[in-house]
Design a protein around this ligand. Structure first.
Ligand code: ADP
Ligand code: ADP
Length: 233
């Protein structure tokens, strides 16, 4: 089933003379691992953000975005918040609380999970991510890589079906970046979570991605497998 799609999507920022996205039609099936690539300014971030109403840019939009076959504007904010997890470049800006355990619980509390459900799920997630040694730590004591893993764990506790990631490893050192990408691979393979990621670390992503979409100047140039894309680049 298609979990995410756009149909003839165009978007122009206020005051911009040319559109940031031009006539983009994409279908992403459940369980896919999709890499969005292309030069800076080609529209990748804009596309991801349009799926999240609370951070979507303002401007002139044409065409339609879909989640699970439904036009996005018919998806309630709470379903969007839960089902479409978003990870950004800067791990700092996404953390709301002062310590690790509070941060893990924060999002779940807002979505009305019971204490019992939260305790069980946090324990499972902490094990999966190997975060046990960090549970009592203050956020300030974590490395950038640990913060980004904490972000990912906090989002996963909401049981999203899709992860949208906008250059999540840009501020991590190479080892932390590798670890983060490996975690995405496990989430995709073991839990079937659909991944759509904007990333420059193509040599690490191509072996695990099922699809690569190349943008240039707001236009979709190629939508193909990593193997085929390597021939194009
Ligand atoms: P990418 O993620 O591929 O680097 P973006 O989606 O950030 O590309 O940008 C696409 C185009 O939209 C670029 O020309 C960029 O300058 C422009 N743009 C991005 N954000 C804004 C904004 N807030 N206001 C005006 N123009 C913007
Ligand atoms: P990225 O390439 O990582 O998507 P950028 O460095 O292009 O990010 O943009 C950083 C920030 O600046 C974003 O919030 C984006 O919306 C904003 N921005 C980018 N281009 C423009 C622009 N032409 N006018 C106003 N804001 C912009």
């Amino acid at each position: 089933m298609e979990i995410l799609a756009t149909h003839r999507l165009s978007f122009t920022y206020p005051n911009a003379t040319i559109p940031a996205l031009k006539d983009i039609s994409i279908q992403v099936k459940q369980g896919e691992f999709v890499v969005l690539c292309g030069p800076s300014g080609s529209g990748k971030s804009t596309l991801l953000r349009l799926f999240k109403p609370e951070i979507a840019p303002h401007g002139i939009k044409e065409g339609t975005l879909f989640f699970q076959g439904k036009p996005l504007q018919e998806v309630t904010p709470i379903v969007n918040a839960k089902e479409l997890g978003m990870v950004f470049q800067d791990p700092e800006n996404q953390i709301a609380m002062d310590n690790v355990l509070e941060e893990l619980i924060f999002g779940m509390e807002n979505l009305g999970f019971t204490t019992e459900q939260m305790r069980k799920k946090v324990a499972e997630m902490v094990n999966f991510f190997g975060l046990n040694p960090l549970l009592d730590k203050k956020i300030d004591e974590l490395s950038g890589g640990q913060k980004q893993l904490l972000n990912l764990a906090s989002i996963l506790l909401l049981e999203p079906s899709v992860l949208l990631l906008d250059e999540p490893t840009a501020q991590l050192d190479p080892i932390a970046a590798k670890e983060f990408i490996h975690m995405l691979q496990r989430l995709n393979e073991e839990f079937g979570i659909t991944i759509v990621i904007v990333e420059h670390r193509l040599e690490e992503l191509f072996p695990i991605a099922s699809r690569v979409i190349l943008f240039d100047n707001g236009v979709l140039l190629h939508d193909t497998t990593p193997r085929e894309m390597v021939k194009e680049l």
